[in-house]
Design a protein around this ligand. Structure first.
Ligand code: PEP
Ligand code: MG
Length: 537
């Protein structure tokens, strides 16, 4: 039995197919024929585009347009003249081979992503790597086409890139296992979309198995069992059957309104990073969007998104949600979540530094563009604005003042927006929770951001594995702050949600129901299970 990270729930028993690593080792060479080398790079780039186009079309057919969108961003990188230009310039100025010049540019891009605080964004560095590996493989003349699979295949690989995952033939591939990766790596997200079990981060599974071995994939516990005995196979057949039944049962909850045992109606919503993610939330029966992390719109690009572009994104999300609530959080950037085009000073304690609302209140030029776009989109659906990292009433009032300024501007310009739009705050700094009774008088709602609230309350960095044992959502101090926040909101007749990971945590749900939480917001694939648990409590 080999232990890894459970990336996608479910069980599978199948035959191993090791996916060969197409990774190319880059060696530096000095080049005399500069033009010849540039041509070689241009040919590899063209071949990569053609392959990606094919994969994208296949993905669109099999996974749907929203999931194929990841290849759109790969294409964009391939077509970005700055990307290709940087490689060509590298060949010319350093007189090195195309592989080396490409590697340098990829490393630069990867460095930008690796420095980001958000785990999801860090994992997006994998997309850059994916595109880079494809060009490198083409430079080396390696085949990177679409593979053929036998029935009941479990793909075992060092890593699976998004394009590898999209190429998996769903009728044949029943699960996958990888040496590396985390829960929010793209392959893991894809596996959850495909609803096939997957275990990642198994360290050396590629050496532990050979082609043709039988393997059990336990995507619930995050384990792989190689060449199991008959008894284990039997036990897993039963688990698989039970799980299938359970999923089918859960699907019945898609259109069911969630009501607790005590008869309280609660909202179960989804967290999104991009406007297209709303489809996944709807497919899983989400009642709304409890958190739209807008910083994703600002990343993966080299200039600030303008008002028009942001307006289109927010409008798309609210329109597709057809009147359901969509809580959009204003820019939560800063600390070590950096934007390449917005230089910020180095800080000793970035988590306690110049970030989120603190940055926006200082850079009102940036803030107002977003607020105007949000206001204009509010005319098209049920949009609510949420301010992140609020520590004091002054910050909220100042944010509202700037929002009012934007409203005045739009009125003068004759542009429509919802005059009664709700504004709320993230309660993710202990000071806000302690002071919730005062804040509740002014806001329309709270959403508890437990990811940060826990780290600040327990002084335990949410990203440091060494002290992860301290990072405990059920710590009595954390629970007290949550309870206080919910009670303070209710006392003023306001609603209180939660958009941190804790909202979808099976162990926490009963307590949160008991405290009277009104809205639970989580990743789309957790929604149905949360609905079930909430209804049982
Ligand atoms: C939180 O802090 O709980 C939260 C939802 O925000 P983020 O994870 O984006 O910091
Ligand atoms: Mg936060």
């Amino acid at each position: 039995m080999i232990k890894g990270i459970a990336a996608s729930k479910g069980y599978a028993i199948g035959t191993v197919l090791i996916k060969e690593d197409t990774e190319v080792k880059v060696e530096e060479r000095r080049i005399e024929d500069i033009q010849g080398e540039k041509d070689r790079f241009e040919r590899a780039l063209k071949a990569s585009k053609e392959q990606l186009q094919q994969i994208k079309e296949k993905a669109e057919k099999e996974l749907g347009a929203d999931k194929a969108a990841v290849f759109e961003s790969h294409m964009m990188l391939l077509e970005d003249p700055e990307f290709a230009g940087a490689v060509l310039m590298g060949i010319e100025s350093s007189k090195v081979n195309a592989e080396k010049a490409l590697e340098d540019v990829l490393n630069m891009y990867a460095g930008i992503f690796a420095a980001m605080e958000d785990e999801y964004m860090r994992e997006r560095g994998a997309d850059i790597k994916d595109v880079g590996s494809r060009i490198l493989a083409n430079l080396a003349g390696k085949a990177v086409g679409i593979s053929e699979y036998k029935d009941n295949t479990v793909v075992v690989a060092h890593d699976l890139t998004p394009s590898d995952t999209a190429q998996l033939d769903r009728s044949k591939v029943i699960a996958f296992l990888t040496n590396i990766g985390g829960r929010t790596s793209h392959s893991a997200i894809m596996a959850r979309t495909l609803e096939i079990p997957a275990v990642v981060g198994l360290q050396d599974i590629t050496s532990a198995v050979k082609d043709g071995d039988t393997v059990i994939v336990d995507g619930v516990e995050g384990i792989a069992i190689v060449n199991p005995d008959a008894e284990t196979v039997k036990a897993y057949e039963a688990k698989k059957e039970a799980y299938k039944k359970e999923r089918e049962e859960l699907k019945k909850l898609i259109d069911v309104k969630t009501v607790t045992k005590a008869g309280k109606r609660v909202e179960v919503a989804g967290n999104i990073g991009k406007p297209e993610d709303v489809h996944q939330v709807l497919a899983n029966g989400g009642d709304g969007i409890g958190l739209f992390r807008t910083e994703f719109l600002y990343m993966d690009r080299d200039d600030m998104p303008g008002e028009e572009e942001q307006f289109e994104s927010y409008k798309y999300a609210v329109e597709k949600m057809e009147g359901r609530p969509v809580v959009i959080r204003t820019l939560d950037i800063g600390g070590d979540k950096k934007l390449p085009y917005l230089p910020l000073p180095e800080e000793m304690n970035p988590f306690l530094g110049y970030r989120a609302i603190r940055l926006c209140l200082d850079r009102t030029d940036i803030f107002k563009i977003q607020l105007r776009a949000l206001l204009r989109a509010s005319a098209f659906g049920n949009l609510k604005i949420m301010f992140p990292m609020i520590s004091s009433l002054e910050e909220f009032l100042k944010s509202k003042e700037i929002l009012e300024e934007c409203m005045d501007e739009l009125r003068t310009e004759g542009k429509e927006f919802n005059e009664n739009l709700e504004t709320g705050i993230m309660v993710e700094i202990p000071a806000a929770a302690v002071n919730a009774d005062e804040l509740a008088k002014y806001v329309d709602f709270f959403s508890i951001g437990t990811n940060d609230l826990i780290q600040y309350t327990l002084a335990a960095d949410r990203m440091n594995e060494k002290i992860s044992y301290l990072y405990n959502p059920m710590h009595p101090a954390v629970l007290k702050l949550i309870k206080m926040t919910i009670e303070a909101a209710h006392k003023e007749g306001k609603w209180c949600g939660m958009c941190g990971e804790m909202a979808g945590d099976e162990k926490a749900i009963p307590t949160l129901v008991e405290y009277g939480l009104d809205e639970f917001s989580m990743s789309a694939s957790s929604i149905l299970n949360a609905k079930k648990l909430i209804m049982e409590n």
